[in-house]
Design a binder for this molecule. Sequence first.
Ligand code: SAH
Length: 361
Amino acid sequence: MTPLGDEIRAMIAADGPLSVGEYMELCLTHPELGYYTTRDPLGTRGDFITAPEISQMFGELIGLWAAAVWQTMGSPGAVHLVELGPGRGTLIADALRALAVVPDFRAALNVHLVELSPVLRRRQEETLAGFGVPIAWHPTVTDLPHGPSIVIANEFFDALPVEQAVKVPGGWHERRIGLEGERLAFTRDPELIMRRDDALPVRMRGAPVGAVFEWRSDSIARQLARHASSYGVLLVLDYGHAATGIGDTLQAVSAHGFVDPLEAPGEADLTAHVDFQALREAAVGAGARVHGPLPQGEFLRRLGLLERASRLKANATAAQAAEIDAALARLTAPGPTGMGELFKVMAFAHPRLRTPPGFDR
Ligand code: SAH
């Protein structure tokens, strides 16, 4: 067991089982022993890789997308470019480099990064030193600045805690994490949260015994939707499903492979798919206009990914050209393991703003 695992077992022994969301939150963001608190997990030598780490084209296209959105906002003289969970800062760095071609937008920019990991914050400071753009850091989305804003969230929502319920013959119970001897194990709360399926969306009624239903608190989504509907646009890029459904998507990843989510608390990444239907409902309820979700591959193609790749290849060596082709394939590949379809893109926007680029066809 890991040091955090020992702490979690002591907590359970004292106070009883944890909800899946409580467990996930401790594993990822415990102030001393959490996964994100203690490491930079990205890259080929880390645990997982993300689109901006696969190719510079990703951040470049998002940067140019932001400039086009700024124009639909009437090109305000000051605008906040916000990123939630910026990892190594690669997306913003590639965006700022590409934005050399839109100097008025670049000059209007204040960059704000929402990051709770001290390790990644240092990494972001290194990546972004010397860009000559004002940058501020915030630990949570609660202190996002007022005023015209374009907010980017790539692989941020999947890291937010998810709760689960499991169906047994008598109805639905909350799924919890308790102790089986010395080991952490999934259990269920004795209290019934739902006897029959009536409270579930019609499509999900009649799920078999053992089925798992997941949900996230929508407080962050609502807060971001209120911000977007007052000040501009939020772009969410993440893996997940377009419609709410049944299924256990909690997953732990370490060194680019799946591991048991209860095996190494604080040492493996824990995520769950984003439910884009739930996001949409939270955003609409909070007054935002919602665009998408679109498959990520389609969105990137609409922003000009193929043209950008050809331009880069025109000046590349054969080895570099092969790398560009590999990145292109990875970002747009369909199927359950590619990033083209499983990953989806959704925007929350001010209701009177023109449809953001990429969503307008
Ligand atoms: N967007 C980056 C990194 C994705 S990893 C990329 O695509 O490469 C998730 C990021 O979100 C990390 O920077 C992590 O430290 C941050 N993060 C996770 N949970 C968070 C939370 N609750 N509040 C703020 N940042 C969080």
